[in-house]
Design a binder for this molecule. Structure first.
Ligand SMILES: [Zn+2]
Length: 401
């Protein structure tokens, strides 16, 4: 992948692309419209001719950055999180993109140079704790974090260039807690925020990040705080680490920075309601060029460090809705980026749910239904809608008291 030449899929579709060739389609023959320039334009042309969507004829890509040496004794953010997922990767009809190291310049679009240097310096000392979460580094963590960020960039750029329909960056260390001036919450560099800024550099006008990790992505919120081109929506368990993510936290950025703090045990039905009344109108109103997703699987009811209520089918429903919103609003351009999730079985099932949504396949329910009754979150949803003045929310909020 990567060169800007005519892809083999065009001949698979029965369409020849040489304007002067004997089998040129009518629109490319003399007197028709001029041939489109570039790889993405050709793909779009094929979609129009064949009435197929991008996802029907294009690949879902992933990057794989497991960082096996970024490990600390008894720490939940460990390489073993990905073991069960790795064993299932070959089941998915997806194509691997090679990760690369992010450059310092790319990382510095989000993080202060002094913060980048301080992580590099900490790694020279070897295995050590750098934050109370606790966040750790080892001798390889600086390189691991550069590869996680660069791998995310490789995946996102493949989608932006039209070389792939959509993608999933399976990377660690995770990123959404890392703020511009500090690493925290098991996170070193903010992979998804670095990718969002890269998209702006590549020509995107507006980028959204949806974060369904159980924790609030304070780092992504901080990185996007004053940039009108970037929007952020987080669903998270209220009252746990890092303590941020109030509904009214960003009064200067209503309808752009959206926080949905949920009570413990909020599960599939709660997320359905939030997606219908908050997520969907928000994405439609922002009109992004690309949708990025901070995909944490620690909102699963059986995660060892949180108390949420999603099942694997809940992750599938949410991921499918996000893919459909991307198809509706930004030509299907969506990339999921792994954040948390500390039960390896849930990470494997959650990733399978994401791949099923990305490739349009059915998801096989692993039967991990939430055994507890979910709370009623309608008041939280009303309050969020009212704060951001999403359509009809003011009346609903009044009626529900
Ligand atoms: Zn988390």
């Amino acid at each position: 992948m990567g060169d800007d030449t005519c892809p083999p899929l065009l001949s698979v579709c029965g369409v020849y692309t040489t304007a002067s060739g004997p089998h040129a389609p009518p629109m490319l023959s003399s007197g028709g419209a001029p041939p489109p320039q570039g790889y993405a334009a050709y793909r779009e042309m094929i979609c129009r001719i064949t009435f197929l969507s991008y996802n029907d004829i294009m690949t879902t890509v992933y990057v794989w950055v497991p960082s096996p040496q970024h490990e600390y004794p008894d720490h939940p953010e460990r390489p073993g999180r990905l073991t069960l997922l790795e064993a299932r990767l070959s089941q998915f009809p997806v194509e691997k993109v090679e990760a690369r190291f992010a450059t310092r310049e790319e990382v510095a679009r989000v993080h202060e140079p002094s913060m980048i240097s301080s992580i590099e310096a900490a790694c020279v000392r070897g295995e050590t704790i750098i934050d109370f979460a606790p966040t750790f580094v080892t001798a390889t963590s600086f390189q691991d974090a550069l590869l996680a960020a660069g791998g995310t960039l490789a995946c996102v750029r493949a989608v932006w260039r039209g070389e792939a329909a959509n993608g999933f960056a399976i990377v660690r260390p995770p990123g959404h807690h890392a703020e511009p001036d500090r690493a925290m919450g098991f996170c070193l560099f903010n992979n998804v925020a670095i990718a969002a800024r890269d998209l702006l550099e590549c020509g995107a006008q507006r980028v959204l990040v949806v974060d369904y990790d159980a924790h609030h992505g304070n780092g992504t919120e901080a990185a996007f705080w004053t940039d009108e081109r970037l929007g952020y929506l987080s669903t998270h368990q209220w009252g746990i680490y890092p303590g941020t993510g109030r509904i009214d936290e960003a009064p200067h950025a209503r309808r752009r920075i959206v926080n949905v703090p949920l009570p413990a045990y909020a599960g599939n039905a709660c997320f359905d309601l939030a997606a219908e009344r908050i997520l969907a109108p928000w994405v439609r109103s922002f009109r992004p060029d690309v949708l990025l997703v901070s995909a944490g699987f620690d909102a699963h009811w059986d995660d060892p460090i949180t108390t949420m209520g999603l099942s694997s089918m809940g992750f599938y429903a949410l991921s499918k809705r996000l893919v459909e919103l991307a198809e509706e609003c930004c030509r299907g351009r969506i990339v999921f980026v792994l954040e948390g999730g500390y039960n390896p079985r849930n990470v494997a099932n959650g990733a399978a749910a994401v791949f099923a949504a990305l490739t349009g396949r059915e998801f096989e329910d692993p039967g991990d239904r939430f055994p507890v009754r979910e709370p009623d979150v309608s008041r939280v949803v009303d309050a969020v809608c009212s704060w951001h003045e999403f359509d009809g929310s003011a009346q609903r909020a009044t009626r529900s008291g």
